[in-house]
Ligand binder design. Structure first.
Ligand code: GAL
Length: 475
């Protein structure tokens, strides 16, 4: 797609693509965090011609793997680091991965990956939309690349609680237990949304004065992820720092004491520099910005707000520059194709992966097009996001509309992204001594898959307007 030109580059094209699509390949992180004695669910993401048969060596007692689906389930054992070996096999071959199950106090050791209803269905969302998303996550094979959460955003709640104070759903969601069972039966996880105020941003019931009761209800429903907003809480308090932390600290105690691993996603738009205290209040992620929309101005603005935040991310605790706006989006209006160009969509996905952001698709999965699929099934890009070192890409420099970001990876290599924010195609040379000391000798282009030997510790590349190039560099 992009031209790389440099007289010094020796390119070796990868011709193994056909083979990759048939022999099994295990994707996703090689580490997973869970708390002891709670329901455990992990789907081994693996591509390859079906049927694929799954085995796990060294699985601790209490957990079993379904050999046909690759879903590991059961009750999480005692605190320990369990090193297992995942095996995926089919008629064409096999792949294996050493996989650590870290049972301890931390979950979400790599950023959550999944889907959320908001950017496409807004408050219109229905039970059927959620079931469709779960179905398509499996039927398109997205689940085999590590996409796992199915999250309902605002719009599921009623406007009045039940007589005993329990939160009620509106008529679009007749039975959340049944919906959650449906999602879990597919090896996917189930997320929900609420607000610490009396009302959500959409005007439905929030959790105010019912926080503990709501977490109990979520336990009953089998919730795995809570996006906790701020709407209406700010109306009754003043926006002082102490008050900003208060609702999140308060809710966190019930989440921590619950009998499920619930990913806690703070959604208060970056107020009070949340990245400085999001981890301390128990957040697994925290929004660092206002809402994203599907324009270049929005993606560019949100991205640039992440420049100085890399040191605040760590395994289990992520900066969140908001969800993805790829494919068919719509919010509260009719769904439509996202307004970003293809280069902009590639940059959006590539950079959100570099930033170790939660990756939540916000599109109509039932209408997903081949271009969007090609972006979100690029396993090399996903691997940057899911790397166990958990470093967020650091901003290196900007010159003439070109930005360079770099992300150290657990295998000792470094990923770099070169992006072009200007309105013209640009050719640039990046001197790699700006990234780290020592000399880089090889690179893999994570989009074209070309491997090259580097000379002079530099990369010269041509990047389209609003486009991205990403490389994995080795010394
Ligand atoms: C906003 C939030 C959005 C969405 C919306 C629901 O505050 O940033 O992502 O959740 O509320 O009403």
């Amino acid at each position: 797609m992009h031209k790389i030109f440099s007289a010094f580059w020796l390119t070796i094209s990868i011709s193994a693509f056909a083979q990759e699509t048939t022999t099994p390949k295990i994707h996703g992180a090689d580490v997973y965090g869970a708390k002891p004695n709670r329901p455990f669910l992990y789907k081994i993401p693996a591509t390859g011609a079906k049927p694929v048969e799954y085995t796990v060596l060294g699985l601790p007692q209490g957990l079993t793997v379904d050999k046909n689906t690759g879903v590991i389930s059961g009750v999480t054992p005692a605190k320990n680091n369990y090193t297992t070996r995942l095996i995926a096999k089919n008629n064409f071959g096999a792949d294996t991965l050493t996989f650590d199950i870290k049972v301890g106090d931390e979950i979400s050791l790599t950023p959550a990956m999944g889907w959320n209803s908001w950017n496409v269905f807004g408050l219109r969302v229905t039970d059927k939309d959620i079931r469709n998303a779960a179905d398509v996550m499996v039927s398109t094979g997205l689940i085999d690349h590590g996409w796992g959460y199915i999250n309902i955003d605002d719009g599921w709640e009623s406007e009045e609680r039940k007589p005993d104070g329990e939160i009620a759903t509106n008529s679009k969601f007749p039975d959340l237990t049944a919906l959650s069972d449906y999602i879990h039966s597919k090896g996917l996880k189930f997320g929900i949304y609420s607000s610490p105020g009396s009302r959500t941003c959409g005007g439905f019931l929030g959790s105010l004065n019912h926080e503990e009761q709501d977490i109990k209800t979520y336990e009953k429903w089998g919730v795995d992820y809570l996006k906790y907003d701020l709407c209406s809480y700010t109306v009754r308090t003043f926006l002082v720092k102490k008050n900003l932390q208060k609702p999140y600290i308060f809710m966190n105690q019930f989440i921590q004491n619950s009998n499920r691993d619930i990913v806690y996603s703070l959604c208060q738009y970056g107020l009070g520099k949340v990245w400085k205290w999001g981890k301390a209040v128990g957040g697994n992620s925290w929004r660092t910005t206002g809402d994203i929309v599907d324009t270049w101005a929005s993606v560019n603005r949100l991205l640039n707000k992440q420049k100085r935040l890399s040191t605040f991310a760590s395994p289990g605790h992520w900066n969140d520059p908001d969800m993805l706006v790829l494919g068919i989006v719509g919010w509260n209006n009719d769904s439509r194709k996202c307004r970003l160009t293809e280069a902009e969509q590639q940059l959006h996905f590539g950079m959100w992966s570099m930033l170790a952001s939660p990756l939540l698709l916000g599109c109509d999965l039932t209408k997903i097009d081949s271009f969007t699929m090609s972006l979100i099934t690029n396993d090399d890009i996903i691997a940057l996001n899911q790397d166990r070192l958990g470093k967020q890409a650091a901003f290196i420099y900007e010159k003439d509309g070109i930005q360079v970001w770099s992300k150290p990876l657990s295998d000792g290599t470094t990923a770099i992204a070169i992006i072009n924010l200007s309105a013209k195609e640009k050719t640039t040379t990046v001197k790699l001594d700006k990234i780290s000391s020592g000399t880089f000798t090889t690179s893999k282009n994570l989009w074209s898959k070309q491997i090259a030997y580097l000379k002079d510790n530099s990369i010269t590349a041509t990047i389209p307007t609003h486009g991205i190039l990403q490389f994995k560099l080795a010394k």
